[in-house]
Design a protein around this ligand. Structure first.
Ligand code: AMP
Ligand code: GLY
Length: 420
């Protein structure tokens, strides 16, 4: 079948590879894609509005559109809404449902309406309202309710930090107009749960954990993700059952009861607090870099699974999950995340043995060499029957790769497990 994947990063590289390796002959297309993706899929050259992409899909006869990233789900009339109009199966939710990710206040109110465990929170418009809701009680978490390129969340330990962020966002309007969510500060290890949702049904994929900070020991600023670890054994079976009962099932039935169409991956960002698992965010797509860690664990016919799902049938028999562990170690460019450098030549890509290398920010130079293209550059993924062997394999493979200024975390797959 003809499959289009929307996105251009490491997550999409992993998705495209998994879909292309599914049984059957598949013609892969990617929009907007990347140089590395162009080796697996034809790059679609159209403008950035959804209607133009839709016209191209119809003309080419695309059988399945897969949303890798979220932005097109809420752009214009919404990617899935447009596909539905044209009769093209789409793996990714409608625009109105994708508000779960696009608006933090929408998500918080949805969680509260359905009594799904989450930190207390309420939306405010002004700094005065924010101060009233906070009531001088710190720490507190402040979340700008709009697009902020990942910089819209501040975990404020003191009133001084809180006041600074409130002024920046609600007075100086650093991110433009928009409301703010004032949220209760939660503590505990984080875990990412992914479900494939088809209307009222769902299937939970392999749980994962990502490493968001730039530095070892979770130090330094947030990034797009410096690595991830995934396994069915990441959390105990009873805990996963509790998450399913208290969080996943009520979310899926909440979507149904509110008439919010959903066919696609749904990401639950959870914190395992002393009072049990609580939702800190929803995303309407797979995680990046969790996808890179999870995809090698998925066996079977992912392409057929997504197509059936996009048409309204959750066919769990099409896929199965490896019981082992998978670790994804990211190499980021010099200067990231404050800035980032491009044009550093990458060596050792052919020396990683059986590890998989997904490209997030690379390009091919005029002379045909791979070089860095800013931000996170590569994700190196390897697995094993236990966590230790997967950790050794992934980090060992990344040891073979080098470029000037390479940044990585050697504690991916290690930190947050010592206590377990
Ligand atoms: P978000 O964009 O909502 O996922 O938030 C980014 C990061 O901020 C999360 O991965 C957490 O590490 C942290 N965070 C978000 N919400 C809370 C909360 N209520 N309490 C403590 N930390 C949080
Ligand atoms: N790994 C975090 C995210 O995909 O948003």
């Amino acid at each position: 079948m003809k499959i289009l994947v929307v996105g251009k990063g490491g997550r999409e590289h992993a998705l495209i590879r998994a879909l292309a390796e599914s049984p059957g002959a598949h013609e892969m297309f990617s929009f907007p894609g990347s140089d590395a993706i162009s080796e697996l899929a034809e790059i679609v050259e159209v403008g950035s509005d959804v209607e133009e992409l839709l016209a191209w899909m119809s003309a080419v006869g695309i059988d399945l559109c897969v949303a890798g990233e979220e932005s097109y789900l809420v752009k214009d009339d919404g990617l899935a809404n447009a596909c539905e109009r044209a009769g093209i199966p789409c793996w990714g939710p409608h625009k109105q449902s994708a508000q779960l990710e696009a608006s933090k206040e929408f998500a918080k109110e949805f969680l509260q309406r359905h009594s799904i465990p989450t930190g207390g929170g309420s939306g405010v418009n002004t700094i005065e309202e924010a101060r009233e809701v906070i009531g001088g009680k710190y720490p507190v978490v402040l979340k700008f309710d709009g697009l902020a390129a990942g910089k819209g969340v501040a975990v404020c330990m003191t009133e001084e930090e809180g006041e600074d962020f409130l002024k920046e966002v609600l007075v100086e309007r650093r991110f433009g107009e928009g409301r703010m969510l004032v949220e209760e500060f939660l503590t505990g290890p984080e875990v990412s749960i992914f479900a494939a949702v088809v209307d009222g049904e769902y299937q939970i994929f392999t749980p994962a954990r990502d490493y968001k900070r730039i530095g070892v020991g979770d130090e330094g600023p947030n990034t797009g993700g410096m690595g991830a670890v995934a396994s069915r054994q990441l959390i105990p079976a009873e805990l996963l059952e509790r998450i399913e009962r208290e969080i996943v099932r009520p979310t899926v039935s909440g979507l149904q009861s509110e008439g919010l169409p959903y066919r696609g991956f749904l990401y639950f960002g959870l914190m395992l607090t002393p009072d049990g698992p609580k939702v800190i965010e929803y995303n309407c797509r797979f995680g990046d870099p969790e996808c890179q860690a999870v995809m090698p664990l998925v066996k079977g016919d992912l392409a057929g699974y997504c197509l059936a799902g996009a048409k309204g049938e959750l066919d769990a028999s099409k896929i199965s999950f490896d019981e082992g562990w998978s670790v994804c170690a990211v190499a980021a460019s010099a200067g990231y995340p404050e800035g980032s450098r491009s044009g550093d030549v990458i060596s050792g890509l052919g020396d990683v043995g059986s590890a998989r290398v997904y490209h997030a920010g690379t390009r091919k130079s005029a002379s045909g060499e791979w070089e860095t293209n800013g931000g996170r550059v590569l994700a190196v993924v390897a697995g094993g029957p236990d966590r230790q062997s997967a950790v050794a394999a992934a980090h060992g493979a990344l040891d073979k790769i080098s470029f000037d200024g390479l940044q990585r975390r050697r504690d991916v797959g290690i930190l947050h497990f010592e206590e377990a």
